[in-house]
Ligand binder design. Structure first.
Ligand SMILES: NC(=O)c1ccc[n+]([C@@H]2O[C@H](COP(=O)([O-])OP(=O)(O)OC[C@H]3O[C@@H](n4cnc5c(N)ncnc54)[C@H](OP(=O)(O)O)[C@@H]3O)[C@@H](O)[C@H]2O)c1
Length: 432
């Protein structure tokens, strides 16, 4: 491994070594949006050098902005044979990322990854391997990529006695819902604009379906010691059912609808969800708009809020390079901490929350009748909107007191049966 370097603080420019030393040599796995940005940023300074990059199609023309001395290959063995100081995994997905990260750790090479899918699903096993080998595995850029905070808490387990995590961790859906509210456009128009501006993937299903958010929540739950939470065990809902009217009526109730992730610990289990939720304006997440992300960590010593860019190649590359420098210094997050030998599996349950309910139909009963019917199932209402009729379809909105999900589901199914097929949507509500 090359000489450890000491960095001067740099304002928005590439890192410069303050001591003359050999640059840290990186092997990049992936030279797409993130890999290219890492290559560009590292070659603006002298601290880090990208020696080679693994790609799927080496023959493809790459941008002229990329440094020319990077060896582009489809052969991972050739990259490893070059004995890099740090491997940066920016492939995305599970395979071959998982196998290559394992290979690097087994060879004693520190790894930095931005891959939330990999850490969410295989973080436990990979961190165990890293700990056994005494090799850093850092993943700061996998959640809130432009807001480095995971490393801080890994070094400060007492300050990080976190009991609940609540956040907005997907910029695409936050942009869409913000546009629907402020520009009064429909979801499809907001998504098209997000794609035009580079805030959404050409295939947006992982974002709008809530999968990306659930993976990030799983990473956070593992990182903050809640236990190993598989994304598939988290109740996950997309934003595709949300319409402009929902945002209007949420506003009337003193809040808005945001794509939220939430997890809290309760006696040996975790209660969690990822999906659109009513957020009252007294909760600071209601003011996080556009592509901005935020996470509120509720801890023994009060709430801590982190907000800023959640993605974007430049911000992500800067976070990755900081991890690279830490990894080259041998600074692992868990490898030296005997308190975190492995991440144990933890059961995940549905949370009990209040509900923001929309009921739609061509001839709905009076509000009191609806309240009585829902009350007969143990769902008690605390706010009700006036009937809102547009193009012959009536919508009514309610806020309920907290109850378990099966209870609200049963109550709404019964209402639908009693009202000749009214349809209902129930979103969880956050507290102030
Ligand atoms: N984009 C962001 O703003 C952002 C922010 C935070 C974290 N991330 C994470 O960063 C990672 C990379 O994202 P990205 O946006 O850079 O992806 P991307 O643009 O699709 O790039 C993926 C790169 O990996 C290479 N690759 C993919 N599969 C491969 C295989 N089987 N063998 C060899 N090479 C392979 C591709 O090669 P070719 O070039 O030959 O196709 C490409 O260079 C993901 O885990 C993502 O979640 C992204």
């Amino acid at each position: 491994m090359s000489t450890v370097v000491v960095l001067e603080p740099a304002c928005g420019i590439a890192p410069q070594a303050s001591a003359v030393s050999t640059p840290i040599r990186i092997a990049l796995l992936g030279l797409g949006q993130i890999g290219s940005a890492v290559a560009e940023l590292s070659h603006r300074g002298q601290t880090v050098r990208v020696t080679g990059a693994l790609v799927r199609t080496p023959g493809r023309a790459r941008g002229s902005h990329l440094p020319r001395d990077i060896a582009v290959t489809a052969n991972a063995d050739a990259l490893f044979a070059d004995d890099p100081d740090v491997v940066v995994e920016a492939l995305g997905g599970i395979e071959p990322a998982r196998t290559l990260v394992r290979d690097a750790l087994l060879r004693g090479i520190p790894v930095v990854t931005a891959n939330k899918s990999l850490i969410a699903r295989h973080g436990g096993e990979l961190l165990d391997l890293a700990a056994q080998r005494g090799v850093p595995l850092l993943y700061e850029a996998s959640v809130l990529a432009g807001v480095p905070f995971l490393g801080t808490f890994a070094r400060r387990p007492h300050a990080a006695a976190i009991t609940a995590i609540t956040g907005i961790v997907n910029g695409t859906t936050n942009y869409i819902l913000s546009s629907m509210r402020t520009e009064r456009v429909d979801g499809a128009t907001a998504l098209a604009e997000a794609q035009r501006r580079g805030f959404a993937e050409p295939d947006p299903r992982n974002d709008v379906g809530g999968i990306d958010a659930a993976e990030k929540l799983a990473v956070l739950a593992g990182h903050f010691g809640f236990g190993r939470v598989l994304p598939s065990s988290i109740e996950t809902t997309g934003i595709t059912e949300i319409v402009g009217l929902d945002l209007e009526h949420a506003g009337e109730f003193g809040g808005t609808v945001k794509a939220i992730v939430h997890a809290h610990r309760i006696a040996g289990s975790v209660r969690a969800f990822a999906g659109p939720a009513f957020v009252p304006s007294t909760n600071r997440l209601s003011h996080i708009d556009g592509v901005e992300n935020a996470v509120i960590l509720c801890g023994t010593y009060g709430d801590l809020c982190f907000s800023g860019p959640g993605a974007g190649p430049a911000a992500t590359a800067a976070t990755i390079l900081d991890d690279v420098i830490a990894a080259a210094r041998g600074e692992g997050w868990r490898s030296t901490d005997a308190r975190h030998p492995t991440i144990p599996d933890v059961p995940v349950e549905a949370a009990t929350t209040g509900w923001f309910v929309r009921i739609t139909g061509s001839s709905l009963p009076e509000g009191e009748e609806i309240a009585d019917l829902l009350g007969s199932h143990g769902v008690w209402l605390r706010r009700a909107s006036a009937p809102d009729t547009r193009q012959g379809i009536e919508s009514r909105y309610f806020l309920s007191y907290p109850c378990a999900k099966p209870r609200i589901d049963r109550a709404l199914a019964s209402l639908s049966a009693a009202t000749d097929g009214s349809t209902a949507l129930a979103l969880r509500t956050l507290e102030s």
